[in-house]
Design a protein around this ligand. Sequence first.
Ligand code: ZN
Ligand code: ZN
Length: 212
Amino acid sequence: MLIEVRAVEPFFKNGFVLGCGQTREAVVVDPGDEVDDLLEIVRAHDLKVQHILLTHAHLDHVTGVARAKEAFQVPVHLHRDDLPLYNGVVQQGMMFGLHVLPQPPIDRFYEPGQAIAFGNYEVRPHHTPGHCPGGVCLQVGAKGTSGKQLFVGDTLFAGSIGRTDLPGGDYATLIHSIKHVLFAFGDDAIVYPGHGPATTIGEERRTNPFLQ
Ligand SMILES: [Zn+2]
Ligand SMILES: [Zn+2]
């Protein structure tokens, strides 16, 4: 699987392009201010984007949805519990003193047990509230296998955890999501956080100071 990641100021939030090398089908995860870089990756690799997938609806993760939707004309997916945040993205921007444009409507809500396909791969959403009400972990792998690539948004970082002081955040809920949803995956599962470098479930289980 092709995995490309880009991040730009001011939030240095990771936006991802995941592609199937055989069929060239792809998904875009969390298009934000780096969306032009993601569009360029899609062009350079001659990919056909099938879905726009959001881990949650904080503004840094959604400011590129309009550009991506315009370019690809594909469904935008979000957990329904983050719809108020998504619809309030302009107000989120005001909290940071930023002028943010409204984004296009959400097309589909994640459902438990659902598999979203691109080429020979599939994405399984897992609800991981705590950082915000509708945060999800997107589990990605070859069709019919137990995917070991986890796109966790701002729930878990290398050596840290997501903040819970924003509206809808809750510390105990976040810890529960990490310990019961993310830590249910094997130590070899690779974690791609919304900010900063990739890590593994095993590394965080052993060394993350917030989870000992
Ligand atoms: Zn966030
Ligand atoms: Zn973020």
